[in-house]
Design a protein around this ligand. Structure first.
Ligand code: ATP
Ligand code: MG
Length: 442
């Protein structure tokens, strides 16, 4: 992509309405545009990151054997009346009437809808387990939408649902998602800590929030420092193996967010010097809720004895649009965003500092051609702005590597490669640049 034909409305100043760094940087880097309170349009740079995150989440769901579907955003109120949540959900739910005056709503989540899909066709234990997910926009009329995409009213979520015959099998599905989440967040370049979360009246220990440490997070988190060292080689774990020991290992370390925190237990289980307290951002939540919806909505299955009973369910969410902000909170410096390679909108930023010079232009054009032809995402700053403007814009948008074509390209056939994260630079012969880039990226 050439910057001269790219829509990148960067801002010099921090917009006054933004309170936290990720919101400021997303507006300054031209990633989003506010539509109304808590509702955003995604501009090219932001959309690219959103799609990259979405794809990583999708690939990891697929590799865990979860089936992708796409449920509608608009749902009939009748389904929610069956579960009893139509009244309970209160003002967070956006309620709509269609022209026949039927009550509809914009889905804040999909338990009822997916249970309806399930009960229409699955009747026997032989067809279990069923694991389904979708990636769809949600609407919740949050009391205090804030922090940009972190607490929006309209937001993109991956939500998955599991259906099993009984508690034991349901735990197997739960563990699968637990491991899948560890893998997903690792690929996103994040250390997400699983934390015991509220189970409501269902009880048990099958509810975890995945939280990343950040001083702008909205949750207070308390954990044993040692939990940070767990989960080594998580990417190599096979879903066919028994995952219970691995999951139990995490559960053995104290970690809880505010709603579940208990000081006495914390002191009893964790030595003072290992007690960690911080703020955190919830990026995912997994929850096994048994027969809560299947009982009220009559989603029953037959077991091997021909006995009918309600199916055991769980739901598993990841806040995809929240993650865009969360990753920036996690990874930035005073000059701007520092994207992890996996989610970067472009892997390489090419800057021609001497855009008026024929030779420099030729060199930059050729580098652009050869890198783009290798399936590498590259943004080429071919504009005529001065060097200072170009460098600060490139730092702001945070592409992992910059290739800089300047004076030495003209005099000595050398270009500079800069690592955005470390600031390290090295000079590379123009002829070798393509190989060097491949080394850095693949
Ligand atoms: P929170 O406590 O932050 O309101 P929640 O408990 O309501 O979250 P869930 O219903 O479990 O969240 O939704 C799953 C995931 O969706 C959350 O872990 C979070 O990452 C994301 N999410 C929830 N609400 C929002 C929102 N208003 N804006 C952006 N992402 C959200
Ligand atoms: Mg909420």
């Amino acid at each position: 992509m050439k910057l001269s034909s790219y829509f990148l409305p960067v801002l010099k100043e921090s917009p006054s309405e933004a309170e936290i760094v990720s919101h400021k940087l997303m507006l300054r880097a031209g990633m989003i545009s506010q539509s109304s309170s808590g509702i955003y349009s995604w501009l090219p740079l932001g959309l690219k990151v959103l799609k990259k995150i979405e794809n990583i989440v999708r690939e990891e769901q697929n590799s865990a054997g979860v089936n992708e579907i796409l449920m509608s955003t608009i749902q009939p109120a009748d389904l929610w009346k069956e579960s009893g949540r139509y009244e309970d959900y209160g003002k967070e739910m956006l309620r709509i009437q269609d022209r026949q005056e039927r009550s509809m709503l914009y889905g804040p989540t999909n338990e009822e809808q997916v249970t309806d899909i399930f009960r229409r066709s699955i009747k026997s234990y032989k067809e279990l387990p069923q694991l389904l997910y979708h990636i769809q926009w949600k609407f919740r009329d949050e009391l205090r939408p804030r922090f940009g995409v972190m607490r929006g009213r309209e937001f993109l979520m991956k939500d998955a649902y599991s259906f099993d015959l009984d508690l034991e099998n349901s735990e197997r599905s739960y563990n699968k998602f637990f491991v899948c989440y560890l893998k997903t967040f690792e690929r996103l370049g994040l250390k997400a800590i699983p934390m015991a979360a509220d189970t409501g009246p269902i009880g048990g220990d099958m509810s975890h929030e995945f939280v990343i440490i950040s001083n702008t997070g909205e949750s207070d988190i308390y954990f044993d420092k040692n939990i940070l060292n767990q989960g080594e080689k998580i990417s190599e774990i096979n879903y066919e193996d028994d995952l219970s020991a691995l999951v139990q290992n995490f559960k053995n370390y104290y970690s809880a967010s505010d709603e579940k925190f208990n000081q006495k237990e914390f002191d009893k289980n964790v030595k003072k010097e290992l007690q960690m307290t911080s703020k955190g951002i919830e990026v995912g939540h997994i929850f096994s809720f048994g027969t809560k919806y299947s009982e009220s909505m009559k989603a029953n299955v037959l077991d091997s004895n021909g006995k009918e009973g309600p199916v055991y369910m769980g739901s598993y969410g990841i806040g995809i649009s929240r993650l865009v902000g969360a990753i920036i909170e996690y990874s930035h410096d005073e000059s701007g965003i520092v994207w992890p390679l996996e989610v970067a909108p472009f892997q390489i930023g090419l800057v021609n500092v001497k855009s008026n010079d024929e030779k420099a232009k030729k060199v930059a054009d050729e580098i652009y051609q050869s890198i783009s032809s290798q399936n590498i995402d590259i943004l080429y700053d071919d504009k005529s702005d001065n060097a200072g403007v170009k460098f600060s814009r490139m730092d702001l948008i945070g592409l992992p590597f910059q290739v800089i074509v300047g004076n030495k390209a003209i005099s000595d056939n050398l270009v500079e490669v800069k690592n955005r994260k470390t600031g390290e630079t090295s000079e590379i012969k123009i002829d070798n640049i393509s190989d060097r880039i491949k080394e850095l990226i693949f």
